[in-house]
Every structure is written in structure tokens, then in C-alpha cells.
Design a protein around this ligand. Structure first.
Ligand code: PLP
Ligand code: ZN
Length: 403
């Protein structure tokens, strides 16, 4: 059995500091907080050099020393990671942000960045001897875990709102998962999963109750730093639902600082939410460290319809400590963003990614984003996963003598 060289030492509670053994299955801390993976960063600083990464395969396992899987045979991969960082000069000109970039997760297996969390989460679950996983989902995470779970030989039990994008249901079904639909939100699906897990002894793969998907998502932070030559940009905007991505990016950047691969500067992290579901934005405006349940939440950007995230306090910490902010955007502006990215730059983003457009425009107007800032919009998925979300607002042309 070949070791990956991971510097993992265990799990730690970011709230009360209690430590847990990562060689056993763990979920939440006994205080109720999510757990985070910990590494021996001093040793990593001494032994791991950034030059060693550059020649590796262009996937997220190039950072395996700071990923939680200990044996190579447990790695379950479909080539996820190292997505392109695309300059957006035309949109940048329009928004008066010439150094605007899109990190495009739309080209990753399963079409959303949930593949990163699933690849690492499933791999670690395999290492821990798991056979059946169960989870609530808004669709994309369920699809990614069902597909990666199949590569690992797992049985998957997925519960999702019946309004979730139909494609994600079909992906789960295609992967042979047991899938259940609920009339309600992801939080209702979560209650059903919690009950069935207790009854059946399945592995709870719910967001943040499972400590390793965040390790997969943090690789977006490693990649952004590497793609800018181990310098960080000034601002990163992220469409925030459960917040795993933004917590992960912050964790990655702190780890890179500790191993000496980047300097003191951190990018300002900006959490973007829909007006119809903006618990983090509300908490940020009120200067709070935790969010409240956002009632009657709804938005076309289904992946960010999370009325109360288990890791909300970690999202807010990432925002406050990087001098970032949180902004909400109307559904109308979200769809406009999808159109503008396509008809200006030729990139068809998901609605969640579309939300970032109006956020950049507003933050530039307000002066939060400066003209010469390097700004990264993190597009979390492919527009083609939501074929019915956007209605083209122009008619088809008549077939006539001009063609
Ligand atoms: C899940 C999801 C999000 C939100 O991600 P979090 O890390 O949970 O905040 C954003 N966009 C898409 C497309 C998603 O599927
Ligand atoms: Zn704790």
C-alpha cells in the first residue's frame, strides 16, 4: 500500500478546540460544530516544496500532501480539478474592472464544483471502510456523490427537494442511487436523512456533518494561488449556499501562508447570495457572527438556496478576517448575469455563477472593488446543467431569403 504523503494529523473543532481521531468515522463535534481536518503544517513547511507540484497531473490530487487521504489506492478520481482561470477583458471593460477573471468549475466532472467535495469525501469514506452513504441535497452534491460513490462501489441514498434541477435526479438514477423526493427544502430533506441514518447505520454524508468534502473544495484556493504564480488576487467572489467553498478557500489560503508558499496578503472574500435566500448577507449587515434561519427562501439559483448553514459562523469569519463582505442579488439580476457572461464573453455559467456579475458591478460602483484590483469570480457550475432556467429574451429568426 503506497502512502500519499499526506500531513494529516486529525480533526479539530473550530469552536471548542476538541480533537478527534481521523482514522475513525467522525461527524460533528459533541458541541454541535462541524470538524475540520488538521495537518502538520510545520513539517509540511520543512519538507514540501511548491516546485514539486508544478510537474504533477492537472487535477486536485496534485495537492495530496494537504488532503486527508493516506493511501493512494483509496483515491477515487475522475480527473477533477485544475479548472481554467479565464480572463474576462470584455466584461471587465464594461464593469470598469480590467483585471477580471472567471475560475470556471463548469468543465469539471458532473458539471459543478461539487465534484471536488465528492472526490475527496468519497475517497476518505472509502479509506474509513464505508459502504452506504446517505445525504440531503439541492441536487448537484447528490449527483456528484452518487457518481463518485459508484466509482468507490458504494450504495447511495439521496434525498432532494422535488423542485431540484431534474438533471441532478437523472444523474443519481443513472448512477443507480436510491433517490427520494420531498415536498420542501433541503432542510426538510436533512431531517429525513438524519432520521434514516440513525435507524439504518448509514454514513452521514450531509454537508459539513462529513468533515472531508471541505478539503476537496479548498483546492480551489490552492489552484487560484498557483494559477496566479503563488500570489493571491485582491478579491474572490463566491456564490454561497452552505458555504463550504468559501470556508475551504479561506482554509487553503491560511494553510498556504503557514507553509510559506504565499505571503501576508489575503484576498477579500465576498459571499454572494440571492435576495430570496440571504442569511449570511443579513448577518453580515448586522455585524453578527452567526446567521438566523431565512424563512420562505426561494431563488432560481437553486444551489444557493440554503436558509441556514451549519458552517455559517465559519463563512462569516472568513469574510471578516479577510475584510471581505456579503452582498445579495435579485433573481432578475442573476439571470441577467447568466446572459451577460454568455453574450459578452461566450461563457455559459450556472445561475449561481450569474449572481456574481451584479455583485461585481455593485461593489465596483460602491468603490469596494478598486479599478486595478485583480478580481476572481468563481463560477461554480455549467449553464448547460440548467437548460430550462434561462429563457432567451429574443425570438428565433425566421428562415427567409437572407439565409
Ligand atoms: C452547492 C452549490 C453552490 C453553493 O456552494 P456552497 O459551497 O455550499 O456554498 C453554488 N453553486 C452551485 C452550482 C452549487 O451546486
Ligand atoms: Zn466542539
Amino acid at each position: 500500500m503506497k502512502k500519499t504523503g499526506s500531513f494529516l494529523t486529525g480533526l479539530v473543532c473550530p469552536k471548542c478546540g476538541k480533537k478527534y481521531d481521523s482514522r475513525r468515522i467522525q461527524h460533528l463535534c459533541e458541541c454541535g460544530s462541524p470538524l475540520l481536518a488538521e495537518y502538520d503544517l510545520k513539517k509540511a513547511r520543512a519538507e514540501w516544496k511548491k516546485e514539486s507540484v508544478s510537474g504533477r497531473k492537472p487535477d486536485l490530487w496534485r495537492y495530496r500532501e494537504l488532503l486527508p487521504v493516506e493511501y493512494e489506492e483509496n483515491i477515487v478520481t475522475a480527473g477533477e480539478g485544475m479548472t481554467p482561470l479565464i480572463p474576462l477583458p470584455l466584461l471587465g471593460e464594461k464593469l470598469d474592472v480590467p483585471n477580471l477573471f472567471l475560475k470556471d468549475e463548469g468543465i469539471i466532472p458532473t458539471g459543478t464544483f461539487k465534484a471536488r467535495g465528492a472526490a475527496v469525501g468519497v475517497s476518505k469514506a472509502k479509506e474509513l471502510g464505508v459502504q452506504t452513504i446517505a445525504m440531503p441535497t439541492n441536487g448537484n452534491a447528490g449527483a456528484a456523490w452518487a457518481l463518485y460513490g459508484k466509482r468507490a462501489g458504494f450504495r447511495s441514498v439521496i434525498v432532494m427537494p422535488e423542485d431540484a434541477a431534474k438533471i441532478t435526479r437523472n444523474e443519481c438514477l443513472a448512477a443507480g442511487a436510491d433517490i427520494y423526493l420531498v415536498k420542501g427544502l433541503i432542510s426538510d430533506a436533512g431531517k429525513i436523512v438524519a432520521r434514516s441514518i440513525a435507524r439504518n447505520g448509514w454514513y452521514d454524508a450531509s454537508t459539513l456533518k462529513e468533515p472531508y468534502r471541505i478539503e476537496g473544495k479548498k483546492t480551489m484556493g490552492f489552484e487560484i494561488a498557483e494559477q496566479f504564480g503563488w500570489e493571491v488576487p485582491d478579491v474572490i467572489l463566491y456564490p454561497t449556499g452552505g458555504g463550504v467553498g468559501i470556508i475551504g478557500i479561506y482554509k487553503a489560503l491560511k494553510e498556504l501562508q503557514e507553509i510559506g508558499w504565499i505571503g501576508e496578503k489575503l484576498p477579500k472574500l465576498v459571499s454572494v447570495q440571492a435576495e430570496g435566500c440571504a442569511p449570511i448577507v443579513k448577518a453580515f449587515r448586522e455585524g453578527k457572527g452567526e446567521s438566523e434561519y431565512f424563512t420562505d427562501s426561494r431563488t432560481v439559483a437553486f444551489g444557493i438556496n440554503v436558509p441556514k448553514a451549519l458552517g455559517d459562523f465559519l463563512v462569516l469569519k472568513a469574510i471578516y478576517e479577510t475584510k471581505g463582505c456579503a452582498v445579495d442579488v435579485s433573481d432578475e439580476k442573476i439571470l441577467e448575469g447568466v446572459h451577460r457572461l454568455a453574450d459578452t464573453e461566450g461563457i455559459f455559467v450556472c445561475p449561481e455563477g450569474g449572481a456574481l456579475y451584479a455583485a461585481v458591478a455593485r461593489l465596483r460602483e460602491e468603490g469596494f472593488i478598486q479599478k486595478d484590483d485583480k478580481v476572481v469570480m468563481l463560477n461554480t457550475g455549467a449553464g448547460i446543467k440548467y437548460p430550462d432556467t434561462i429563457e432567451p429574451n429574443f425570438p428565433y429568426l425566421e428562415l427567409d431569403a437572407t439565409i
